[in-house]
Design a protein around this ligand. Structure first.
Ligand SMILES: Nc1ncnc2c1ncn2[C@@H]1O[C@H](COP(=O)(O)OP(=O)(O)OP(=O)(O)O)[C@@H](O)[C@H]1O
Ligand SMILES: [Mg+2]
Length: 327
């Protein structure tokens, strides 16, 4: 695993600490030795493709699934021995909605407030506040059965925010939401983190992890394959890409000969472009000179800095199109 942060934490600073969590389902090692440290008050992103082990990890950390081996502490309590204490301190939005279909949106939120000890007036106020923030005031009066997927998703999220837990787990919180829903979600989450809430979220939206998580762990096949801040991951892993536009004066053969000395891997031809992963961005000037010698000019050369997509591909060998993830 690539440990990029080099940070150390005193145990008391950690909201979540997992050590070597393992869980098997039949022949599948859904979690194959997951270790994580999440400082209090931070937003931590678990990023990985379908089947990577994100939900399995979240379920173990939220006491819903017993690890085969390994340990985890959440808010200082062991997730197996002190499960009740852990549950008091966490909120969870699952990947699949968990609200009561028969009740209205308002009734769902109101009921949760009452269950957590709010009086009627407080529970009503909180329910209406959340319905308004998630643009559900009108639908909030109707039975959840009648909701669209996006509406249910927003209600599910609102449900986890009725009481503000110190640690919030969000399993793909914005999947299925339209841009407004995603923006509203992030608005609320950032308000909570300003108030000191620790957030662990799973996502397949790379730009979401990039934008919001302070620390990211990339997981694949049940293992953490890299960890660090988004900037660290990009700097360490994302090689810069050179794209050369091919034309009559710049044939594929000429371009390949010119760039190969600078390439990290064999150049690829895509339509009428040559795509090259560069070993070192500092060699830009030499590369441009080499291309100029075989007839290239600056208009036909483009250098892109690594994106989170590149990082993800580099680590897991999968891109989002292959995963079937909507942009
Ligand atoms: N209850 C279960 N029974 C059998 N196999 C399971 C079970 N839960 C998870 N798995 C398997 O464990 C692996 C990890 O699944 P998990 O749901 O943790 O992945 P994920 O990263 O959350 O994926 P997704 O992005 O699709 O939600 C997968 O191969 C999955 O099929
Ligand atoms: Mg999942």
């Amino acid at each position: 695993m690539l440990e990029l942060s080099g940070r150390t934490h005193r145990d008391g600073d950690l909201a979540i600490e997992a050590v070597d969590l393992r869980r098997r389902f039949g022949d599948t090692l859904a979690a194959d030795g997951i270790s994580l440290k999440v400082p209090r008050g931070s937003v931590f992103g678990l990023l990985g493709p379908n089947g990577a082990g994100k939900t399995t990890t979240v379920r173990m950390l939220t006491t819903l699934l017993r690890p085969d081996s390994g340990t985890a502490r959440v808010a200082g309590y062991d997730v197996v021995r002190d499960a009740v204490e852990v549950r008091r301190r966490i909120g969870l939005v699952g990947q699949y909605a968990a609200v009561d279909e028969v009740l209205s949106g308002f009734q769902n939120l109101f009921m949760i407030g009452r269950l957590y000890g709010m009086n009627g007036a407080q529970a009503k106020k909180r329910a209406n506040e959340l319905l308004e923030r998630f643009d559900l005031l009108e639908p909030g009066k109707k039975s959840v059965k009648t909701y669209s997927g996006g509406m249910r998703r927003r209600l599910d999220l609102a449900a986890s925010l009725v009481v503000s837990p110190p640690i919030l787990f969000l399993d793909e919180p914005t999947t299925g939401l339209d841009p407004n829903g995603r923006a509203a979600t992030w608005d609320i989450i950032s308000t909570m983190t300003k108030g000191g809430t620790t957030v662990m979220l799973t996502t397949q939206y790379l730009e979401e992890a990039d934008q919001f998580a302070e620390q990211i762990a990339v997981i694949d096949h049940g293992k953490v394959v890299a960890e660090g801040t988004p900037a660290q991951l990009k700097a360490r892993l994302g090689k810069s890409t050179l794209v050369v536009h091919l034309h009559d004066g710049m044939t594929e053969a000429k371009a390949i000969a010119a760039v190969t000395p600078f390439a990290a891997s064999p150049p690829a031809v895509r339509q009428n472009e040559l795509v090259v992963q560069l070993r070192d961005l500092d060699q830009t000037a030499e590369i441009i000179a080499a291309l100029a010698r075989v007839g290239g000019n600056l208009d036909q050369i483009h250098i892109a800095k690594a994106s989170m997509d590149d990082v993800f591909f580099e680590l897991t060998g999968k891109n989002r199109a292959q995963e079937g993830v909507a942009a």
